[in-house]
Design a binder for this molecule. Structure first.
Ligand code: NOJ
Length: 546
């Protein structure tokens, strides 16, 4: 199989990677849920957008208790999304268009419908089948208390008690996320061997890399301390790195350059950098950048810290504004508090969408001008906002129930609403014209102004800005390398101004008033109109040729 751009070694160092959340991208079969047929039909759109790779959220066979992050079979495509043949065709067609494919792998946990877990339930306490997971007797006189006091990330205890084959209440099993997502025991050789085979299965089909879900959580302290408020028993244990060293050997045994991208939510740059040591993963997601408030000094600190620790690790930085787990960037930047924390959302607070949009446009140019690779989450290029008005009975994210149906922190459905493609009424071209089924989450009526069709016709739209930026980024030598680095220019406190090499500069004004440009240059692209006198208005960014 031909691999696109195989002549470009380490293509992932500066790639623009588009994240597809398959159930919300495009619906090809008319059941109201996005699928691979929908993606296949829209590949030309992505090629035109100017991206280098697609990362797919899980497409595997799954009961969808956590939107596919509960994988029942890592070698099959969920019928909701299509077939393995379609996935193979998709990889082939994407490669023909010069787009690489990154697959999501979920190694920390599986689905309670995974045959291994079903076998473990049936085999009973003390069985070999249960050793692939974390089954333990409960505490208390009748085992009625969970083995540890650990809380799951979605809220509630991290343990669920099973009913044994003889009908009695029995052992408990560990699940750091929902009860439908039992954690694997990575000490078990079957688990290690099977995941290596899964990697090979997708590499053999042409996958260019993996995004590794919950990458810091896999290895647990087998002593299972009852109290563990700092989560040391299951987060970022040294033993986890041996797994990724092995995976890297597998990846490197394939032609081309295959990438491992870690989803590692650690606040500390030094700990993050350990995932990037030689022979481990090539990149990790930059969550500190995503979480940072829209304030120049804070962003500058995050950018400097990021570049420093990546330089030390000799790894390329990544820049991420949003994904399927976080409030959309337009909404975040339109709130009074523009920072973000994944387990403390602020739905219901006032949002100035016009302001948020202006800032998100500026942020797009800032993000794409930084050295390293960039991720963009589907719909970001359309300027979609967080839908806070989803009726409670339609909410699907398990966080909604498990966190006690909190309207201020209702989970992640609001960033997962199906994309608007065309037309003036829902489903806005998301499903074929004659479909009876409605989109799995309702789209706001006002999205008629945000469709791809409407934005293609408007040179001032968010889509036009993203297209222009991505194409320029591809063509500008200063932005096609991460080695040129970045040098800050003197500017006011609320202005970010930096050069990339000798011929390119980016200036972003985060202050509420227009500012003079700190250096002369020819504007290549701006996130909004520049002042008549060449001043940079509030919340506006410009790329300059020097
Ligand atoms: C991180 C994923 O991004 C999120 O969507 C998922 O719920 C958890 N990991 C558990 O797999």
């Amino acid at each position: 199989m031909s691999v696109p751009g195989a002549h470009e070694p380490e293509w992932w160092r500066c790639a623009a990677i588009y994240q597809i959340y398959p159930r919300s991208f495009a619906d090809g079969d008319g059941d109201g849920v996005g699928d691979l047929a929908g993606v296949l039909a829209r590949l030309p759109y992505l090629a035109e957008l100017g991206i280098d790779a697609i990362w797919f959220n899980p497409w595997y066979a799954s009961p969808q208790a956590d939107a596919g992050y509960d994988v029942a079979d890592y070698r099959r495509i969920d019928p909701l999304f299509g077939t393995l043949e379609q996935a193979e065709e998709l990889i082939r067609r994407a490669h023909e268009l010069g787009i690489r494919i990154i697959v999501d792998i979920v190694p920390n946990h599986t689905s309670d419908q995974n045959p291994w877990f079903q076998a473990a339930l049936a085999a009973g306490p003390g069985s070999a089948e249960r050793e692939r997971f974390w089954f333990r007797p409960g505490r208390g006189p009748a085992g009625e208390l969970p083995p540890t006091a650990w809380e799951g990330f979605f809220g509630g205890p991290a343990w669920t008690r099973v009913t044994e084959p003889d009908g009695t209440p029995g052992d408990w099993y560990l699940h750091l996320f929902a009860p439908e997502q039992p954690d694997f025991n990575w000490e078990h050789p079957d688990v290690r061997a099977d995941f290596e085979e899964v990697l090979r299965f997708w590499f053999d089909r042409g996958a260019d890399g993996f995004r590794v879900d919950s990458a810091a959580l896999l290895v647990k302290d087998a002593a299972l301390p009852v109290e563990d408020p700092t989560q040391q028993a299951f987060t970022d244990r040294e033993e986890v790195h041996a797994i990724y060293r092995r995976w890297r050997e597998v990846a490197d045994s394939y032609p081309g350059s295959r990438v491992l991208i870690g989803e590692v939510w650690l606040p500390d740059a030094q700990r993050l950098a350990r995932y990037l040591r030689p022979g481990e993963m090539q990149t990790v997601f930059n969550f500190p950048y995503l979480e940072c408030a829209w304030e120049a000094p804070a962003l500058r600190t995050v950018i400097d810290d990021t570049l420093r620790f990546h330089r030390d690790a000799q790894a390329p930085a990544t820049w991420v504004l949003s994904n399927h787990d976080v409030d959309r960037v337009v909404t975040r930047y339109g709130r009074e508090d523009t920072s973000f924390a994944i387990y403390a959302r602020h739905h219901g607070r006032p949002v100035d969408l016009a302001l948020g949009t202006r800032r998100a446009r500026a942020a797009a140019l800032l993000t794409q001008a930084l050295p390293g690779s960039v991720y963009l989450y589907q719909g970001e290029e359309l300027g979609l906002w967080e839908v806070e008005s989803i009726p409670d009975e339609l909410r699907q994210d398990p966080m909604w129930e498990r966190k006690g149906r909190n309207p201020a922190d209702p989970g992640r459905d609001g960033c997962r609403v199906p994309l608007p493609w065309s037309g003036a009424t829902a489903p806005f071209g998301f499903s074929p014209p004659d479909s009876a089924a409605e989109p799995w989450l309702p789209q706001p009526d006002s999205w008629k102004e945000y469709t791809v069709e409407a934005q293609e016709a408007d040179s001032a739209s968010m889509l036009s800005l993203y297209r222009a930026a991505l194409h320029l980024r591809r063509g500008l030598p200063a932005l096609r390398t991460d080695t040129a680095g970045l040098s800050w220019l003197d500017a006011q406190e609320q202005v970010l101004a930096f050069r990339r090499g000798d011929s390119f500069a980016c200036v972003v004004n985060l202050s509420p008033a227009a500012v003079p440009l700190p250096l002369p240059g020819t504007p290549l692209l701006a996130s909004g109109p520049l002042g008549a006198d060449g001043e940079l208005p509030a919340d506006t960014a410009v790329w300059l040729a020097l």
